[in-house]
Design a protein around this ligand. Structure first.
Ligand SMILES: Nc1ncnc2c1ncn2[C@@H]1O[C@H](COP(=O)(O)OP(=O)(O)O)[C@@H](O)[C@H]1O
Ligand SMILES: Cc1ncc(C[n+]2csc(CCOP(=O)(O)OP(=O)(O)O)c2C)c(N)n1
Ligand SMILES: [Mg+2]
Length: 316
């Protein structure tokens, strides 16, 4: 097989990336025709899209191709989870330079398929195009299986705020990678591949979550969207947040504040939801704050005076 995608050509590349994509039970027709066909017995489709651009979301010298595939899938699958839905399928728009090794594109595609398979979802189609940088545009479809979607707008005064998943890990990884280090491995891996708490979205919906979103830009920033959409004040209690040991270790080596990474670091794709106060939460959900009348997000009752999370156009 030729080494570069340019030598292989468009249709050779499509053949190579679709060769190893297992198809799950929701797929009626997978890759190969003009469109795919996916079952939606519920009569509604949950759909979301997120774009990953080389050097903005990942670097090829920091992440392997499979890591980028896992990340691109995870970032979209977590948005489906955040509606209280179950992901069923992904379609992938892939822009690649002509000199990209074929193996890189194939491993990226395999990473997408493997991450999707963690929730029983499948890559059902896509597109390839020549591009000066690697660009991965993923659209995810999901099903609510008869349930109501959990919106950002449903939080009510008196609710509790609960978190499922890790926060601050990817930011710690980004900080060490930015300084040319490759360890601690756990945080570097967290930057490369988010650990989405699959199934927790539908679980939260079943427990009566009133509002939910995934934390892609940073906890305070994303809770800000919930507070605004719901017309409430959300307070996060810093004493209820876990600052894991690897974060403390990295922060002390870099002279940084690990709590700031937990509060504002992006890329972890945890789920945060509000629930009526009498909810009984499974172990993987932790109460981290409360909802009251008012507006905005506070930390321990006080305004937070640093940027609340990632903004692609901040400082531009
Ligand atoms: N270019 C766009 N055209 C239409 N809707 C968009 C566009 N970009 C973002 N949105 C919508 O705005 C909302 C917020 O987007 P974003 O912050 O990217 O959400 P998320 O963090 O869940 O990916 C989403 O509902 C998204 O679909
Ligand atoms: C090379 C590199 N630089 C910086 C970052 C940090 N970063 C880039 S985008 C982002 C936030 C999440 O991405 P976005 O496109 O805003 O996703 P969405 O909120 O739409 O899901 C973060 C923390 C990174 N992951 N990789
Ligand atoms: Mg988005």
């Amino acid at each position: 097989m030729p080494d570069s995608v340019g030598e292989l050509g468009e249709f050779g590349l499509i053949g190579a990336v679709t060769a190893r994509l297992p198809q799950g039970p929701d797929v009626l027709l997978g890759p190969g025709d003009d469109s795919a066909v996916v079952a939606a017995p519920d009569g509604r489709v949950v759909v979301t899209t997120d774009l990953l651009v080389e050097n903005r979301h990942f670097r090829r010298d920091w992440s392997a191709a499979a890591d980028v595939g896992h990340k691109a899938a995870a970032q979209n699958l977590s948005d489906i989870e955040a509606m209280g839905a179950r992901p069923t399928s992904l379609v992938v728009g892939l822009g690649v330079p002509a000199d990209l090794p074929v193996s890189w594109a194939v491993e990226l595609s395999a990473g997408l398929g493997e991450e999707a398979a963690l929730v029983g979802a499948s890559v059902v189609g896509g597109d390839v195009v020549r591009s000066p940088l690697v660009v991965v545009s993923v659209t995810a479809l999901g099903t609510l299986a008869g349930a109501a979607p959990v919106l950002r707008s449903g939080a009510r005064a008196g609710d509790v705020v609960a978190l499922c998943g890790r926060l601050g890990w990817a930011e710690a990884g980004y900080q060490v990678l930015s300084r040319g280090f490759r360890t601690p491995r756990a945080v570097v891996e967290a930057h490369r591949r988010p650990a989405v708490p699959y199934g927790a979205g539908a679980e939260a919906a079943g427990l009566g979550a009133t509002a939910m979103c995934d934390v892609s830009d940073g906890l305070l920033g994303d809770l800000g969207h919930v507070a605004t959409a719901s017309g409430v004040l959300i307070d996060v209690s810093p004493s209820l947040l876990v600052v894991a040991e690897p974060l403390r270790e990295v922060a002390s080596a870099l002279g940084a504040d690990p709590l700031a990474w937990v509060l504002t670091g992006g890329d972890d794709n945890a789920l945060v939801a509000t629930f009526p106060a009498d909810v009984e939460l499974p172990e993987r959900w932790t109460v981290i704050g409360s909802v009251s009348a008012g507006s905005g997000v506070t930390v321990g009752g006080a305004e937070y005076d640093q940027p609340a999370g990632h903004d692609h156009f901040a400082g531009s």
